[in-house]
Design a protein around this ligand. Structure first.
Ligand code: ATP
Ligand code: MG
Ligand code: MG
Length: 381
């Protein structure tokens, strides 16, 4: 069989390995950490991501190369494209690495983004704040995740402060109008190297402190909104000539208007629910897409709620796994655990997730509440 090389050795790569192995693929990953989640389940080149010699080694060992994070060094991406087969290409990375380029690509596909402006000074920031009203949000164009590199501007007086703080990062800056969303949605689309496109069912996402907490599937929005979200994701994947997975994050207003927030050219945390709930997981689909196999069915077998396990949840999750789960039986839900094999359970670090399979998402939400592991909020009005 062929060998797939993965740039990055985190949990996304690990699940790609675990779900790609049954198709007969071997994997080699490149990651600087000698205890990376991926290295435990595949062979690994231990080196930094921008190490050109290591990248060459990866190119030699692999027939196909992919990545599990979008901040791949441009030089390494070019080298890999030159010396190996990178079906996703470097253009998709180039676009999604930069919020302004990404927004233009989304608009070019006919989808809507929140009104935005590039700003290059405190004066331009103030101008944008006046135009969009408060609150609005300033974001660094590159490098942000989990809400890092963002400043919510709540008054015109804060414009200068926001510019001063974020311009220190030395990247381009964008100010966005705040969308008064009723909920956040995401769609993972897959486009194969031969142009076939499929989308997974829409997930409804709840964040805590800018980190994904829950994905609820089916999303609790009208079928018509779900169809539009899926069509939008497919249109963006098509228009960008994407290969592999393209995750699309959206805001949905009370009136059902959709705004695309951002894209990720890789498996997405909000797509982890597919592992047991769909006929094909997002990870298998990614492997199929980059290897030119027919895409698998994205049919949802049953409702599911995915809940993330962060560092602070680990001790209680481990305890819970040791005892028979009578609560799950009572509620008629099936919690499926996925731990990523990370040693240090740091606060807010993504350590695993649980897919709570159910007949009705209310039952799964009740199970999550009853465990008392995620004490932060209730999900029912
Ligand atoms: P990720 O970890 O998903 O990559 P990120 O750091 O790239 O996160 P965004 O997805 O841009 O950040 O924003 C994080 C969250 O902040 C969003 O999921 C949303 O809840 C909120 N948010 C961001 N931009 C806006 C906006 N224009 N209007 C309303 N809410 C927003
Ligand atoms: Mg992001
Ligand atoms: Mg996001």
């Amino acid at each position: 069989g062929s060998t797939i090389g993965i740039l990055g050795g985190g949990q996304l790569g690990r699940m790609m390995v675990l779900q790609g192995a049954p198709l007969g693929y071997r994997f080699v990953t490149l990651d600087p950490a000698d205890n990376a989640p991926c290295g435990q389940v595949s062979s690994q080149i231990v080196a930094h991501y921008d190490d050109v010699e290591a990248a060459k080694q990866l190119a030699e060992q692999a027939d196909v190369i992919t990545y599990e994070f979008e901040n791949v060094d441009a030089g390494v991406a070019a080298l890999l494209e030159d010396q190996s087969y990178v079906p996703q290409g470097s253009k998709l990375l180039y676009t999604t690495q930069h919020r302004l380029r990404e927004k233009r690509a989304i608009e070019a596909a006919g989808a809507t983004v929140a009104p935005y402006a590039e700003v290059k000074s405190a004066e331009q920031t103030l101008e944008a704040v006046r135009r969009f009203g408060t609150p609005c949000v300033m974001k660094t164009a590159t490098g942000g995740y989990d809400g890092k590199g963002q400043f919510v501007i709540r008054s015109e007086e804060q414009a200068a402060q926001a510019y001063e703080e974020l311009s220190a990062a030395g990247t381009d800056l964008v100010v966005e109008q705040f969308i008064d969303f009723a909920c956040e949605l995401s769609v993972v689309a897959a486009r194969s190297s031969n142009g076939e496109i499929k989308t997974f069912p829409v997930a409804e996402n709840i964040h805590i402190d800018n980190i994904l907490h829950l994905s609820i599937v089916p999303a609790r929005v009208a079928d018509e909104v779900q169809r539009r979200a899926e069509q939008m994701a497919a249109a963006i994947a098509e228009s960008m000539d994407a290969v592999g997975l393209l995750a699309v994050e959206l805001f949905c207003t009370a009136g059902g208007e959709l705004y695309v927030n951002e894209l990720a050219p890789r498996p997405h945390n909000s797509g982890h629910y597919t592992m047991e709930a769909c006929a094909t997981s997002q990870f298998e689909q990614h492997v199929r897409a980059i290897c030119g196999l027919p895409l698998g069915s994205t049919k949802l077998h049953m409702p599911v709620v995915m809940v993330n396990i962060l560092g602070e949840h680990v001790p209680e999750v481990q305890q819970r796994m040791l005892v028979a789960d009578t609560e799950a039986e009572r509620l008629n839900v099936i919690p499926k655990y996925h731990l990523y094999g990370k040693e240090e359970a740091k606060h807010k670090r993504k350590m695993g997730h649980i897919n709570v399979l159910c007949h009705n998402s209310e039952d799964a939400l009740n199970w999550i509440e009853q465990t008392n592991i995620w004490r932060t909020r209730t999900y029912h009005d």
